[in-house]
Design a binder for this molecule. Structure first.
Ligand SMILES: [Zn+2]
Length: 432
């Protein structure tokens, strides 16, 4: 089983916890001395970072929220002077004001090591030709993976945002063996291949590394079959470092968290209480090696759970479940809570493949209305009105039964729904 960093990825639990404790002590001292937000916070709760003696002491510190980071815009959360910062990246700002995060030289080295772990666990070696199809720019996906792939010694193609057709031609002509991108991008790539009459057999692809968006097992199965590749998931977020926080090994049943750099916790998002192994809640992360932008108990907004069972790949790093939803994704319709992933599940079962869909929400007088717009692929009996009507009825019935809400359903032709790198599955017109 491929392990990039034997020392840290397979470290005995007690030794790993000792490493974590030492790094946590350093980080807490650093933020206390250098970040006024944490200095004020620690003073307010009478917390002395020098007194921390176990990892459990971390629980004495309140959570850090995204709002806190926004208030500190642009540089107030930085723990080093700008002359020590060698790189700036930014969050996308899809859920509010973008944030600026900084990296020191050491941060970049660590980040490179972390994305190398992701790629290596996904099967990428120095013999691979890897095409990075994430945007290069303020978004962390492109450049983050680029450095990790170079560290492994793979031949790196910075495909970035080349248009889809060019991306495929590059894949074919350069004989790309691995590619990293968002799952929706991979789905679009496959559609364009079909349109242009390029078959998977003409390509040399053998592995895909998907991240930056939630995706499910049926999508994995579909893409693995269609492209004859092995696909692994990875997770990260810009506030914490970018891609490289956690990754799947070839067992594909959970994402190993690089715990020598991050301490994970799962909390109840409503009460803030810490939950146990296997319990689903909000992921909270503490960085323990970051120099420029360290965060203590940061609430990620992502919902998952932690698994402590050993993995047969040999890594001792614990695993988190795949991220299916964010707290921000929750939709409230006439007082009922629901997530886009629940609609995805229903539509997948009804259609038989991973659906392309969007949810359009509006208000009629006092009641919320929802229209589910679903793309139906060309080979899906577009001329058979009866089958289409049956499909609509099935979707409405399932949504009513499972989510206690009666939606409208609109079946649309392929490529009607606008997609980008970011998920844009919910259009809420109620408050406009
Ligand atoms: Zn494993």
């Amino acid at each position: 089983m491929p392990v990039w960093n034997e020392k840290y990825e397979t470290m005995k639990r007690d030794e790993l916890e000792q490493v974590q404790l030492e790094r946590l002590q350093q980080t807490l001292n650093r933020v206390y001395r250098r970040v006024s937000y944490y200095q004020n916070l620690f003073n307010k709760i009478s917390f002395d970072p020098d007194t921390i003696s176990t990892l459990g002491d971390l629980k004495k510190i309140p959570y850090t929220s995204k709002d806190t980071l926004r208030l500190a815009y642009p540089y107030d959360m930085f723990a080093v002077p700008l002359r020590e910062v060698v790189r700036m990246q930014s969050t996308s700002g899809t859920t509010g004001q973008p944030l600026i995060v900084g990296y020191t030289k050491n941060d970049i080295e660590h980040w490179t090591e972390l994305t190398a772990r992701v790629l290596y666990a996904g099967g990428v070696t120095k013999d691979d030709i890897i095409q990075i199809c994430f945007p290069y720019g303020l978004f962390t996906g492109g450049i983050g993976f680029h450095y990790g792939a170079e560290k492994i010694g793979a031949s790196v193609i910075p495909g970035s945002e080349a248009d889809m057709e060019n991306q495929i031609i590059i894949m074919r002509d350069y004989r790309t063996t691995a590619f990293a991108c968002a799952p929706t991008y991979a789905a679009q790539l496959f559609e364009v291949m079909n349109e242009k009459g390029i078959t998977p057999a003409e390509l040399s692809l053998s592995k895909g590394l998907f991240g930056a968006e939630p995706w499910n097992e049926s999508f994995r199965k579909e893409i693995e079959e269609k492209l004859s590749i092995s696909v692994t998931d990875n997770y990260g977020l810009t506030e914490i470092i970018g891609p490289g926080v956690s990754f799947e090994c070839d067992h594909k049943n959970g994402l190993h968290i690089s715990e020598d750099h991050f301490i994970p916790e799962i909390i109840d998002p409503d009460t803030g209480s810490v939950l146990g192994p296997g319990e689903k809640g909000e992921l909270v992360l503490t960085t323990i090696t970051k120099e420029a932008y360290p965060l203590i108990r940061y609430r990620t907004g992502d919902l998952t759970c932690l698994y402590y069972e050993p993995c047969t790949c040999g890594r001792t790093l614990i695993k988190m479940g795949k991220i299916f939803e964010r707290i921000d994704d929750m939709i409230i319709l006439n007082g009922q809570n629901m997530f886009p992933s629940q609609f995805e599940q229903i539509l997948t079962e009804a259609i038989g493949t991973a659906p392309k869909f969007q949810l359009v929400i509006d208000k009629k007088e006092t009641l919320d209305e929802l229209e589910i717009q679903v793309e139906i692929s060309g080979d899906f009996f577009f001329d058979e009105m009866k089958k289409l009507a049956e499909l609509e009825i099935t979707i409405i019935k399932e949504v009513k039964e499972r989510l206690d809400f009666i939606p409208k359903v609109k079946l649309v032709e392929p490529r009607t729904i606008k997609r980008g790198m970011k998920k844009a599955k919910v259009i809420d017109k109620r408050y406009k």
